[in-house]
Design a protein around this ligand. Sequence first.
Ligand SMILES: NC(=O)c1ccc[n+]([C@@H]2O[C@H](COP(=O)([O-])OP(=O)(O)OC[C@H]3O[C@@H](n4cnc5c(N)ncnc54)[C@H](OP(=O)(O)O)[C@@H]3O)[C@@H](O)[C@H]2O)c1
Length: 260
Amino acid sequence: MTKRLAGKLAVITGGSEGLGLAIAKAYASEGADIILVARDQAKLGLAATQVRECGAEVQTYASDLSDGKNREELVDTLAIINRNRKIDVLVNNAGTSVFTPLGRITTREFEGQVNLNVAAPLFLTQSLLPLMRKPGASVINMSSYFADKLLWNRPSSVYSLTKGALNSLTKAMAFELAPEGIRVNAISPGTVDTALRRNTISRLPTEQQAEIAESISSLYPSGRIGRTDDFNGLAVYLASDDSAWTTGAILKVDGGLSLS
Ligand SMILES: NC(=O)c1ccc[n+]([C@@H]2O[C@H](COP(=O)([O-])OP(=O)(O)OC[C@H]3O[C@@H](n4cnc5c(N)ncnc54)[C@H](OP(=O)(O)O)[C@@H]3O)[C@@H](O)[C@H]2O)c1
């Protein structure tokens, strides 16, 4: 059977664990070659081994994408190493969340989340445009249910702001890049058991931690929170030519969370 992403080259930010790694393995299994970007080189190495086992050629780049200079250096390197190959897919997946009550939000927290969750997708997409296949490239932004939904005990002013901005950015970029044949969509996940979620919960007051972990599953009509590979089908569809007429969409994959 023909692989749906055969011959494609995909850049996946935050590809060393969690959702990004699951998507990298799904893309590799469908025939794509993969460029993984995250900060920790050791984690990237372990992830690359797993992705290669799925059949892909894999490049890894250690870069803190919240920093504009790092993003420029990354793009310069990618332009040299991949000078004979166009980028078909960019998954802007790296993200961070800090849940702090409004009265205690610091400028540092604000800038940290805005820089990684909004500035990185915007400016990485901008600087990778000359390297992307036109027509045909696909950009996928990893949003969150927190763009639209607020939960007690999860004070999400800044995180919600960043994911709401990412949804608006997705639509604006889709509109502007459509004439060039580049599609831009977002996946909006519900809760998934990853390091991001575990770290977020561990930063809450101790008495809230168990309560949050238990109560969150009960919010899901499907009876469970997400698994990292719950997004693979949609991520492959959005990267493939099957979605040639899908652009500007914010697609919820959340076990029905948003229904209540
Ligand atoms: N988990 C959830 O419940 C959930 C729900 C909705 C939306 N999301 C969104 O899904 C995306 C992935 O989340 P996840 O849960 O899979 O996270 P995760 O398991 O914590 O993985 C995050 C990935 O991003 C990388 N990363 C973090 N900061 C970075 C930086 N400054 N520069 C470059 N890479 C960085 C991490 O590697 P290094 O640490 O080595 O850099 C890692 O590869 C995020 O955008 C998140 O907002 C998650």
